[in-house]
Design a binder for this molecule. Sequence first.
Ligand code: HEM
Length: 581
Amino acid sequence: MRSVLLYMMLRIPRANPVLYTFRKCSTDTAKTNSSDTSRIFPEESTINRKPASLSTPHVAKKENLFLKLEQLESVPETEALRKSLSFDEVPGPKYLKYLSKFWSFFPVMGTQVTASTVQYLLSAGKVYGNHLSWGNNAQFFRKMLDHYGPVVRLHGPFGGDVVILSKPEHVAAVFESEGRYPVRSCLDCLEKYRVQYRRFRRVGPFLMYGLEWENLRKAIAGSLQTLTEYQFELIDKTTDEFITRILRIRNKQDEVPSYFGNEINKWALECMCCITLNKRLGFLDSCGLSNTSEPARMLESLNNATNAIRRCESGIHLWKFFNTPAWNSLVKHCDQLGLILNKYIYKIQDSLHQKKINNEILSSEKTSLVESLFLRDGLLPEDILTIILDMVLIGVNTVSHSIAFLLYNLARNPRAQAKLYKEVVDKHDLLLKDHSLPFSYLQACIKESLRLNPPMPILSRVLSKDTLVHNYRLPRGTYVLIDTHISSMREEYFEDAHRFKPERWFEEAANFHENNYVTMPFGFGQKSCIARVVAETQIALIMIKIIEKFRVEYHYGELTSTNRPLAAPDHSLKFTFVDRI
Ligand code: HEM
């Protein structure tokens, strides 16, 4: 048994043909472009590249996290911490405690596996013993918190513990103790894919930490403050195409087909290309997409890669030892997505080079995110690829799920929809004039819908120092999962919490809720969403166009979220779009 385990732990991931082609292609391209790179960015030649060795076995996440935490300053012991209850006293399901002792010899497994076990329970549903037999796994966190109290400790079956929280004051304690470089959980599979298989030197902004992450984040955030006028125009055109698409695909009863969710995804992916590449790739082509077209392949890869990441991160990480179907799918689809994006990234690099030769001055209005990243010192095309891939993997589904739920909430609340329609009609000319979005009721609708249906309901952090929560001392290194959805549904903060009431955001208490960890659809602090403004503008723009043109209805019962890490609508989105007279 031990030797089998040892073999599994040391097993070196085998390169597969798809990967080989991709790696070869990208290194070839990198070679052909290396001279260009040094001409445009002379500083880059000094970068000391150290690709991760393929022969290095995957390092246990626990060690990684502690290495990262070591960089953080330690804090003096306070009186309150000294008097607190110990970590062992935090309640939680007992059976996991026994299992954790039994499994503790698994050195390669760590906190991450505990967390992914939780994720697995959330997405697949499992029955364990009396305490944990939940009929409805979507209610997993709520049941745990109802049963054990506001702070729950899950003893990891494979070592490493997870603490679940949802009360704003506890969430405050976690975020207020956050250092300069917060650590969130990692997606191990994506890290392995990028660092070990693709040998990228950086793992992407979502997964990075420390000074390097901070610098990268500053570089991206600088270009994502707002949309440029040019990007706004591109997204505006894309949204017009989306409206035409609704007209084309709806039936005689004005209802769109069950694949409408995919149409929203196409719109969101096209917008992402506008934001990152300043380019429309034709996702909403009026003739539809042929299966072999580039946009269709890109969309398919994105859907399959997202699904593969979810499968890899759920349950036991067998892909760390051998190539599971989920891992193979992840490699195949991330490669595919990367190949397409790389093509455009290199094109932009070439055109920048050309502009430099011709001494052309770049107009800041027309500079794409990729261009602005190239213009910063020290970023290689592969760094830019990981940035764009992270943005695509996070930003497309979150935006399209938000739109789906907002349409649903408006369909179910005709009065709110009528009020929004009035605002849109009254302020239409303002939108045309200066591209600003002075729509306060619309903004309240967006906030309210994100409160009811946040696309990323669970935030995660690794504590950078011992933290006092509910008088328990949670040790540094504890992996904390925060269910922000539960707190934003509490009656004590929101009257009629289950109702869609945009008006509540005009009340005085709203500021309190926004600033006090009660509702956090975009996360919190240094590692909060980098593209909040851009995402809100995108959502506002599409809603204005839809509500101006159609009355939206939904005739299929309650739409709720699947409880995956990214919460998606659990039914098909067969909305009815009735023309406004
Ligand atoms: C309604 C849409 C969106 C929602 C609700 C959302 C929500 C979130 C949340 C909850 C986080 C984690 C925050 C934390 O841990 O504190 C996050 C991080 C992030 N989001 Fe968004 N997001 C949205 C749209 C986007 C878009 C459109 C992009 C890209 C253009 C994007 C890029 C990112 C990135 C790169 C991070 C990682 C930031 C870091 O770790 O430094 N998001 N987002």
